[in-house]
Design a protein around this ligand. Structure first.
Ligand code: S3P
Length: 450
């Protein structure tokens, strides 16, 4: 880990890689720390007055970009050992001297815009090619409604210049898209607004902001409402430091678990995975597909339930994946598409319009990944149909275009571990944004990736 000025970096692994089958894939891994909770722990710590301790922070490029940004906004950021960070805030943020570069991170940039909006400061936000093509107006619109000023590039894209205000007003907002990033940006801005800010979600998304906020003394709460959720925050309360131990990431665990299902001799076990229902949709779908999967609860961490997840390879069947489940597995569709290619029968996934606004157009890119490897797929406006070829039936042999998208790169490599011919992905650099230990973990299971 290098730390120079406001830039914190992981060592880069980049370029093309090829995965091939034939390994005796099995073993036990500890889940990588959760990315969503890592970002939020850094941001809340930097907002508090005093020193917070974070244990098990995900040291990925995305989270380090957020840590670099809060340092530039006035917090002190120290790392004492692997995953152990101390962040000291003063309760107030100031204008950064240069643009805040959030790299590839949608969560980092959108949450920070919300958190910064409640201070009298001016900040410019920039990112890489992928992040610069993603929509920001979904966050900027409500922040303007609260009283911030924003200027963005054409189409509401980065670079964004945000002028915050210590006199924000509370709003009541129903986001037009199911997005935890939009909800969280508004709630973070609401921490400083006059009165009660409310976000109403017709379909609940991950509630990590709402769960962590009270640990830092914020007056934030949530109520379930059928499949929806109403989150509330009352502004003006000073935040106090906290100690957070980050739970394991179900989205990162999905890759070794998928490898165990499509290529292992089994079992593959990932320990310490957060089982929050708003994040656990993939594992529910795997059960529907008939996967040989065992989920053993092991306790809680930072208020989140944890489990060890174990899989063995076996016959999977194609299923209908209903649209209501999408918010709970929004990052898992590329890897589910790969798993579906190894199933018997057709898997049909709907309600996927949001996938087009991710690090890449993940809907089109997942379809292209499968098609390049000889799998029949049908791509709709917001749907994907995968014609499964059964275990051992996926031809492979393709070159996967990863389009600056970490989840496509990992999905392509997992496909190669089970396909008849090796699969090559064009660039693996982005894997470090969410799962820097991916190659070490896969090697520990015995995977052949070179
Ligand atoms: C995240 C929310 C999701 C998800 C992203 C992390 C978060 O994005 O795709 O990887 O931590 O809030 P959206 O809120 O845009 O759906």
């Amino acid at each position: 880990m290098a730390s120079t000025g406001n830039t914190l970096r992981t060592p880069a692994i980049s370029g093309q890689r090829t995965a091939r089958r034939g390994a005796d894939l099995h073993g036990t891994l500890r889940a990588a720390p959760d990315k969503s909770i890592s970002h939020r722990s850094v941001i809340f710590s930097a907002l508090a007055d005093g020193t917070s301790q974070i244990e098990g922070l995900l040291e990925s490029a995305d989270v380090l970009a957020t840590a670099g940004a809060v340092r530039a906004l006035g917090a002190q950021v120290e790392r004492s050992a692997d995953g152990h960070w101390q962040i000291t805030g003063t309760g107030s943020w100031t204008s950064p001297a240069s643009p805040l570069d959030l790299g590839n991170s949608g969560t980092g940039v959108r949450l920070l815009m919300g958190a910064a909006a409640r201070f009298d400061l001016v900040a410019e936000f920039v990112g890489d090619a992928s992040l610069s093509s993603r929509p920001m107006e979904r966050v900027l619109g409500p922040l303007r409604e609260m009283g911030a000023l924003t200027e963005a590039a054409a189409g509401g894209r980065l670079p964004v210049r945000l002028t915050g205000s210590s006199a924000l007003k509370a709003i009541s907002y129903t986001p037009p898209v199911a997005s935890a990033q939009v909800k969280s940006a508004i709630l973070l801005a609401g921490l400083g607004a006059d009165g009660e800010t409310m976000v109403i979600e017709p379909h609940a998304t991950r509630a990590h902001t709402e769960t962590l906020a009270p640990l830092f003394g914020a007056d934030m709460s949530m109520e379930r409402d059928g499949s929806g959720l109403v989150a509330r925050v009352r502004g003006g309360k000073a935040l106090k430091p906290a100690q957070i131990h980050v739970p394991g990431d179900p989205s990162s665990a999905a890759f070794p678990i998928a490898a165990g299902l499509v290529a292992g001799t089994g079992p593959v076990t990932v320990t310490g995975v957060m089982t929050n229902p708003a994040r656990f949709g993939l594992y529910e779908v795997l059960k529907m597909m008939g996967a040989d999967i065992t989920i053993t609860p092991t306790g809680t961490r930072a208020g989140e339930a944890l489990a060890d997840i174990s899989v063995r390879p076996g016959l999977l069947k194609g299923v209908e994946v209903p649209p209501e489940i999408a918010p709970s597995m929004i990052d898992e569709y590329p890897i589910l598409s790969v798993i579906a290619a190894f199933a018997d029968g057709v898997t049909h996934m709907t309600g996927l319009a949001e996938l087009r606004a991710k690090e890449s157009d993940r809907l089109a890119a997942s379809a292209a990944l499968l098609a390049a490897n000889g799998v029949k797929v049908e791509l709709g406006e917001d749907s994907l149909t995968v014609h499964g070829m059964g275990p051992g039936g996926v031809p492979g042999g393709g070159l996967v275009k990863t389009l600056h998208d970490h989840r496509l790169a990992m999905s392509g490599l997992v496909m190669g571990l089970g396909a008849r011919e090796p699969v090559t992905v064009d660039d693996v650099a982005m894997i470090a944004t969410s799962y820097p230990g991916f190659f070490d973990d896969m090697a520990r299971l015995g995977a052949k990736i070179g």
